[in-house]
Write a protein that binds this ligand. Structure first.
Ligand code: CP
Ligand code: NVA
Length: 322
């Protein structure tokens, strides 16, 4: 018991005992093995239940947060995560490596801080930073992946249903970075995964092939289709994201026309399983990929997802930096 606050405080978490991530970086989803992914989900649960037990776990560690694109959730949650774990951070917005080669940026930053969190236009920028920096590099969203988002999402589904194995996650909309990351985590965790996109907006074929391999190993179903009804049938979670991701704003008008039948409305939600939750990484464009009646409904868990970004970011930092 803390004498000043009366708050019950448990034993301090021993940072040295944190599970580790063998890859040393989190440049994309598969940098985390299945065991490491399960360790991260378990550690996230502890962090969410007893945050004060972790308050000095990363004391004296500093994080470099480099964002080429806007952010609310990812930037706030990584900044708060490192600070609540006893460390601190430096954040910069704008092109990474505009004034000097990425290999020089990486070899400067590693002399001052213990980790890099980068949001980039191109996955190549993340990979190049990871190649040259001797400190962990975390992908905070690129054109291809949003692996930190997927961690919070699978944690949120687990919270809602108690377990992941045997569930079905349906993604409706653009075959984008968020869809790719979910597609790489869901099958490994024993979930069926279906994605319905308009023709021409299917997910990256190399990533689909990887996901198919993972689904074959875990014995789960993976469906890539243009048919919304087929994707939604029996789904426990219905997920959507913006139709025009950052970097694709100039295509927004064309996309509004192409994606119109894929808007997640109450009628579409009724085509999923009876207890299906609605998910969105946010920010959402109401009136495009979904509508107020869905996002504000009791089925919506979008703010749980947003909250859980903080807890999964902490777990990831502990596993990479402790
Ligand atoms: N979901 C998500 O990554 O949000 P931000 O773009 O605000 O970070
Ligand atoms: N797919 C979106 C996700 C934003 C969090 C984008 O890349 O803009």
């Amino acid at each position: 018991m803390n004498k000043n606050t009366g708050v019950q405080v448990g034993p301090r978490f021993d940072a040295a005992a944190a599970p580790k991530i063998g890859a040393g970086d989190f440049t994309q989803d598969l940098d985390l093995s299945l065991d490491e992914l399960n360790d991260l989900l378990a550690l996230t649960g502890r962090l969410k239940r007893s945050p004060r037990d972790f308050r000095d776990a990363l004391g004296g560690k500093y994080l470099s947060i480099l964002f080429e694109k806007p952010s609310l959730r990812t930037r706030f949650t990584f900044e708060l995560a490192i600070k609540q774990l006893g460390g601190d951070c430096v954040t910069s917005s704008g092109p990474i490596g505009g004034r000097e080669p990425l290999k020089d940026v990486a070899r400067n930053i590693e002399r001052w801080t213990q980790g890099i969190v980068a949001r980039t236009f191109s996955q190549k920028t993340i990979d190049e930073l990871a190649r040259w920096a001797s400190i962990p590099v975390i992908n905070a969203l690129s054109d291809l992946y949003h692996p930190c988002q997927a961690l919070a999402d699978v944690f949120t589904i687990q919270e809602q249903f108690g377990e992941l194995r045997g569930l079905k996650l349906a993604f409706v909309g653009d075959g984008n970075n968020v869809a790719h990351s979910l597609m790489l985590d869901a099958p490994r965790l024993g979930m069926d995964f279906a994605i319905a996109t308009p023709a021409g907006y299917e997910p990256n074929s190399d990533i689909v092939a990887e996901a198919e391999g993972l689904a074959a190993v875990s014995g789960t179903k993976l469906l890539v289709t243009n048919d919304v009804d087929a994707a939604l049938a029996g789904a426990h979670a219905v997920y959507t994201d913006v139709w025009a991701s950052m970097g694709h704003e100039s295509e927004a008008e064309q996309r509004r026309a192409d994606f119109a039948p894929y808007q997640v409305t109450p009628v579409l939600m009724d085509k999923a399983g009876p207890d299906a939750v609605f998910m969105h990484c946010l920010p959402a464009k109401r009136g495009e990929e979904t509508v107020d009646e869905v996002i504000e409904s009791p089925r919506s868990v979008v703010f749980d997802q947003a909250e859980n970004r903080l807890h999964t970011s902490k777990a990831l930092l502990l596993m990479l930096l402790a």
